[in-house]
Design a protein around this ligand. Sequence first.
Ligand SMILES: Cc1ncc(COP(=O)(O)O)c(C=O)c1O
Length: 433
Amino acid sequence: MEHELAQELNGILRGTTPEALLSAMGKRLYFPKGIIAQGAEAKQFSTLANGTLGIAVKQKMPLILSALGEQLPGMKAGEIVSYAPTAGIPGLREIWAAEIRRKNPALGNSSFSLPVVTTGLTAGVSLLADLFLDEGQTLMAADPSWDNYVLVAEARRNARFQPVTMFNEGGLDLPALEAALSAEAEKTGFVRLLLNFPHNPTGYSPTVGEARGICALIRNIAEKGAKVLVICDDAYFGLRFEEDLEPQSLFAYLAGLHENILAAKIDGSTKEDFAWGLRCGFVTFGGKNLSDAHYDALIKKTMAVIRSTISCSSTVVQNLLQKMYSSGGDTLQSEKKAYRDLIERRYKKVRALVDAKKNHPLLRPMPFNSGYFMSFRCANRNAESLRQKLLRDYGVGTIAIDERTLRVAFSGLDDECIDEVYALIYRAAEELG
Ligand SMILES: Cc1ncc(COP(=O)(O)O)c(C=O)c1O
């Protein structure tokens, strides 16, 4: 039996695509009117004293050990050690919502929810799977994909992860994608698709034409009646190194595309702001004809996952980032550009090296044009054996994604060693025999 608050949220969502897509756990989840909600209310109205939250205060300020506070001289105790709201600090969420609009003008009049703060993008993937992926259901994503997707879908949710052929030698294989999505839609009436561009591990982003093609085929499937969840993992947003690439997140086009589509965007500071270990991500929903009440219900369900797993994300991290976004100004933008240019320079170098060996019999680069990575498909060589040889004989670390795919993070290679590293990769493949 569902809790009455879950029933209330499900009632608000009744008849919508999000409701049709919810997992059993997603249906059960609710945000309790307990400690957190009562504490938030008290924060607003307790003029005399606040005896709600499990923290210790002196003269209305949270206690803080000076050895800790001294590390962050520009911040008040409350900005460091207090609990953050379950969905994140409101100012930071507003800043991120404005950023999503600024970076994605194609959103036009499409509505989307206020972003919810997650502890890194991984938590976003995981909580969306909790909400929308059940045992026996299928999550589709590119073959190959970031290895965490299969872990979340299969080990955590006991669902099926289906790698879909998405790339050919030159770019996206749209017919293969369409065939896979159509087959799933016809079989189950549902499609749950995770799109990640710039892509890990290939480093591919769609051209403007391909982006249009992906949206057209998703729309086509939705028009035929399937309920479609598209998760856009935009971890590497903005790192595009060729001219004709789609500059916006596909979320911008999907959010208002069709009533049968629920788009969910996962993004954050991790890669966009070179803050990998700070662990700040966001989850944002968009769907045609979804109202503020629907978004509010989806946010409450999201908060329910957060409350029942990690309770909330780090306060100090959110405040640090909020301060950075609000006061970073031109320096922030020019440093971000300089870092991005550095990665682009590495890309160009790798591009030239790999293009010069285009017809190598053993190592074929998968299409790449963006992000941190490029991958080789290995012909007649096992990627794990190649990885081992590179590491043991030449001291070069790479990742064997699967038996035939070797990933190289050129973002992490200092410019001066790129020539040598790539020469060794080809040499090691030739020597493997
Ligand atoms: C495609 C993709 N999504 C998400 C993440 C994880 O981001 P976070 O470190 O914020 O959890 C990564 C990190 O490698 C990634 O490659």
